[in-house]
Design a protein around this ligand. Structure first.
Ligand SMILES: Cc1cc2nc3c(=O)[nH]c(=O)nc-3n(C[C@H](O)[C@H](O)[C@H](O)COP(=O)(O)OP(=O)(O)OC[C@H]3O[C@@H](n4cnc5c(N)ncnc54)[C@H](O)[C@@H]3O)c2cc1C
Ligand code: SF4
Length: 538
């Protein structure tokens, strides 16, 4: 994009096509960027193909009308939901990291052995499965991801935090008024609230502009570049090491022959020219929905026993927002709010261990109250003006529960609908299990008690129906009968194809997924690059 310091990476299609790349990475989100960094560190010639543009860090970045209503970065390619509703994701270099809420939590150690822990005599066939790796194998990469993303947090403050080998690289900012209200209410109820680890530059580290704790963070790009998104952290480093990012490029399909991927067919979104890129290795990291659509468009579902599982086991988290309305201003400073979390209910009722309970619940986190313009546009008709007028008296908490993996929850290609480039749209079929809904209800009940304790006089709840936490559609495992990918995220039967976005996750956990996707991509990237200590298969 003109104006980007990295605009010289927009190479012409013939230059891209006439270069033999060591590795082509599709998608620049957490999976793709971390993978590219590892390979670039090892001296590989890496090309990242990304359909989004570089974000503009100008006035539009914090303009609710431009970002939320006019949807400046909205993809032309929709995803069709179960009820026929079309959802258009944003598309940007750096993937959703550019607009994410920056919550950076590690999965709990028990999350990776949920299958064994939750199987029982009464329910031998738990839908939850064990991961083919253990937390200890991910831990060093979680630590590295926290460093690369500059996560600010307090080690030891989260009561269900897994073991860690190093402290957080940065300290969080002091609580805002509303975060303090939620934390005080939780403490008064005997819980253990803690500062939510966030990937935000509060100190001006690296000579970058520091965060001013504005009210437009989650859902928005950061105008100052103080959010540690991939476009200001990992991608510039990968580019410095020689990786090339080509924005506004759609990968249409992977071409395969003799059990290997030989090339990818691409579309230049500006000229609509189609071109082919060859490489030795291919890494798909287009996000859990788009990656499945790409693999299906490429005919990989016909390969091996694992191909038929592409797109299945889609998980979204079972989430909802608890809204409290107060008689006093909840955010007099009009500041950033996503600062406090409560994990006491991770394994069920407060204080229970993973072994004690067969129905795990999840986490509660403070959430940013959307801007006035958004409430006016999105609230149901009778509530538009009242909710916009009382915005300064709201407090939001997100309840985030596990989503049970189910092969019938899946991504498919729409039989008839095409995008403006002639590509079949992805169609999503997803229903929560009774277990998931019970867990979300239980978290909502606890959030209600917290909001009441904090002084809320009115309360509402609303479900989250987006695909923002989509994971699981190409799960990894030990056996191609039950998993698409092997434990190193290699597509079973295709040695030069790996998938490292959120698709790889066999279970969703009940924490925000980005740090886990980043850590796993660093793990797989180190393995592929043959970096020290990473050669042995788990
Ligand atoms: C508003 C919002 C807030 C969020 N907040 C948090 C949070 O606070 N904490 C957290 O942990 N998670 C959060 N998430 C979720 C998190 O952002 C995702 O889990 C994460 O970004 C997924 O990473 P990924 O690598 O799987 O894919 P993505 O980040 O989705 O990246 C995939 C990339 O591939 C590109 N692409 C897709 N198809 C193609 C194609 N055919 N050709 C070329 N490129 C393609 C896309 O444009 C995109 O850039 C949030 C998500 C949203 C939307
Ligand atoms: S809260 Fe901080 S990091 Fe987030 S958008 Fe505002 S200035 Fe940027």
């Amino acid at each position: 994009m003109a104006g980007s310091p990295l605009s010289d990476s927009h190479l012409a299609p013939d230059v891209i096509a006439n270069t033999l790349w060591d590795t082509v990475v599709i998608g620049t989100g957490f999976g793709g960027s971390m993978m590219a960094l590892q390979l670039a560190r090892a001296g590989q010639r890496v090309l990242l193909l990304e359909r989004g543009s570089w974000v503009a860090r100008d006035e539009s970045a914090w303009d609710p009308t431009a970002i939320l209503l006019e949807r400046k970065y909205q993809s032309e390619t929709a995803v069709v939901r179960e009820n026929g509703v079309r959802q258009h994701p944003d598309e940007l270099v750096g993937g959703n990291s550019v607009i994410y809420g920056t919550a950076s939590l590690r999965m709990r150690e028990a999350d990776l052995t949920m299958g064994s822990l939750l199987s029982s005599a009464e329910r031998p066939e738990s839908a939850f499965v064990d991961w083919p790796i253990r937390y200890a194998e991910l831990e060093p990469y979680y630590a590295e991801a926290e460093q690369l993303l500059g996560v600010a947090g307090v080690a030891g403050s989260d009561p269900t935090e897994p073991t860690r080998s190093s402290p957080f690289p940065f300290e969080p900012a002091p609580y805002s008024t509303s975060a303090q209200m939620l934390a005080d209410a939780a403490t008064a109820r005997g819980l253990h609230p803690f500062p939510l680890p966030v990937a935000i530059n509060f100190s001006g580290a690296g000579g970058r502009t520091k965060c001013i704790q504005c009210g437009t963070c989650d859902l928005f790009p950061c105008k100052l570049g103080a959010k540690n998104d991939l476009a200001v952290t990992v991608l510039p480093e990968a580019i410095r090491l020689g990786a090339v990012v080509r924005p506004r490029t759609i990968v249409e399909r992977l071409v395969h022959s003799g059990g290997r991927i030989t090339s990818v067919e691409c579309i230049d979104m500006d000229s609509r020219a189609r071109f082919t890129v060859r490489a030795g290795n291919f890494v798909v990291s287009a996000g859990a929905v788009a990656s499945s659509a790409l693999l299906l468009r490429s005919g990989l579902d016909a390969m091996g026993p694992n191909g038929r599982l592409i797109g299945r086991h889609l998980m979204l988290h079972c989430s909802g927002i608890a809204i409290g309305i107060f008689l006093r201003r909840t955010n007099p400073e009009d500041r950033f709010l996503k600062q406090v979390a409560i994990s006491d209910f991770y394994f069920g009722a407060a204080g229970q261990s993973p072994e004690q309970n067969r129905e795990w619940w999840g986490v509660i986190q403070a959430l940013q109250v959307p801007p006035r313009e958004y409430l006016m546009a999105m609230a149901p008709v009778p509530f538009k003006r009242p909710s916009a007028a009382t915005r300064g008296y709201h407090l939001y908490a997100i309840c985030l529960a596990h989503d049970e993996p189910n092969p019938e929850n899946r991504v498919m290609l729409h039989p008839t609908d095409r995008d403006p480039y002639g590509l079949a749209l992805a169609q999503v079929i997803h229903r929560y299990s009774e277990r998931d809904l019970r867990a979300r209800d239980a978290l909502h009940a606890e959030a209600r008690k917290l909001l009441r304790k904090a002084g809320a006089v009115l309360q509402f709840r609303r479900p989250i129906e987006t695909l923002s936490h989509a994971v699981g559609t190409c799960r990894m495992g030990d056996d191609p009968e039950h998993a698409v990918l092997d434990p190193w995220c290699q597509f079973f039967g295709v040695p030069n194809l790996h998938v490292v976005d959120g698709s790889f996750m066999p279970t969703s956990g009940a924490v925000n997924p980005s740090l886990t996707i980043a850590a796993n991509a660093l793990r797989v990237g180190a393995h592929l690059a043959g970096l020290a200590g990473c050669r042995t298969a788990p």
